[in-house]
Design a protein around this ligand. Structure first.
Ligand code: AMP
Ligand code: MN
Ligand code: MN
Ligand code: MN
Length: 291
């Protein structure tokens, strides 16, 4: 049975509506899905009924921005109580930080005498719509304005640390974010651990701090990562007693290397993250995987 515990809708920086994500899950035969938008559960909440009507097991999800040793780390929360006020207040606070950061980014970028950059705020806000603003929208707007060809180029030229559009984020600390998740009875997962480009020792330190705060799992299989990376991460998860999650980090259909649900199975030694979900879901997944 195909599962995917990491993807985005236009409630954050994805291009598809939550309904379109459910349609895509059906098309790709993904039976159990978590919508994990950046710092909002709005997309998930919007399609609870639609997912159910279509036979998709939709579990609650969100990808939360936080800081660890001054570095941005993403923590995916899965199968939590969406109504939990501690978690929702925390997410609201991060969304405010996102808006304030975007304003500063607009100011910095429009200080350059470049007509495309002057036109950027309008384009970005058009793309954001009702969603939550992020650097992904800046990158997409730059593509659409013809400033760059690819998102990677937008990050390399304008958006990453050290470039003109970069504004140091003030996300909450990792420990605090993990505490919100556990308060909401959810599972905290370190998202795409290879993305942080940490040394092996530093990644071990991150994992120890994460576990100390109550974190339980790490993404072992990501669509954009190699098998060798997955096997290495599975061994690390095993050594640290962490459960293993998997997710495509789908953002938009044009990114063909990141299709929804197109994931290798978890390596054999892994303890799958769904063992920690509510029994009805974990039993459904375990049962169908053993058939
Ligand atoms: P933010 O959380 O607003 O700082 O934006 C982070 C998001 O930007 C990530 O979730 C990705 O969607 C996207 N992103 C980050 N780095 C890159 C990159 N080098 N190339 C393309 N997209 C990126
Ligand atoms: Mn994103
Ligand atoms: Mn992420
Ligand atoms: Mn993501």
């Amino acid at each position: 049975m195909k599962v995917d515990f990491h993807c985005h809708t236009n409630a954050s920086d994805g291009s598809l509506s939550p309904e379109q994500i459910i349609d895509l899950a059906l098309e790709h035969e993904v039976k159990c899905l978590a919508i994990t938008d950046h710092d909002t559960t709005a997309g998930y909440e919007k399609v609870l009924g639609y997912a159910k009507a279509n036979g998709i097991e939709l579990i609650s999800g969100v990808e939360i921005s936080c800081l660890w040793q001054g570095l941005t780390v993403h923590i995916v929360a899965l199968d939590f109580d969406v109504a939990n006020s501690q978690l929702q207040n925390g997410l609201k606070q991060i969304r405010e930080l996102r808006k304030a950061r975007a304003e500063k980014m607009f100011q910095k970028l429009s200080s350059k005498p470049n007509a495309h950059l002057q036109a950027l705020p309008e384009k970005v806000l058009e793309l954001v719509g009702e969603g939550i603003i992020g650097r992904g929208h800046f990158a997409q707007a730059m593509i659409e304005l013809g400033l760059v060809n690819k998102a990677q180029q937008a990050f390399d030229r304008f958006l990453k640390r050290g470039r003109i559009g970069y504004v140091k984020p003030e996300w909450p600390e990792l420990e605090e974010v993990v505490r919100w998740i556990t308060a909401a009875e959810g599972i905290a997962v370190i998202a795409h651990p290879k993305n942080y480009k940490l040394s092996s020792n530093k990644l071990n330190l991150l994992i120890e701090d994460f576990k100390g705060a109550g974190g339980q799992a790490i993404e072992v299989v990501n669509q954009s990562r190699s098998n060798a990376d997955s096997i290495g991460m599975a061994q690390r998860a095993h050594r640290h007693g962490l459960h293993a999650s998997l997710g495509s980090d789908f953002h938009r259909p044009e990114h063909r290397w990141r299709g929804l649900g197109w994931l290798a199975p978890l390596p054999k030694e892994c303890r799958p993250v769904w063992e920690l979900f509510h029994p009805s879901i974990s039993e459904m997944i375990s049962h169908s995987n053993s058939c």
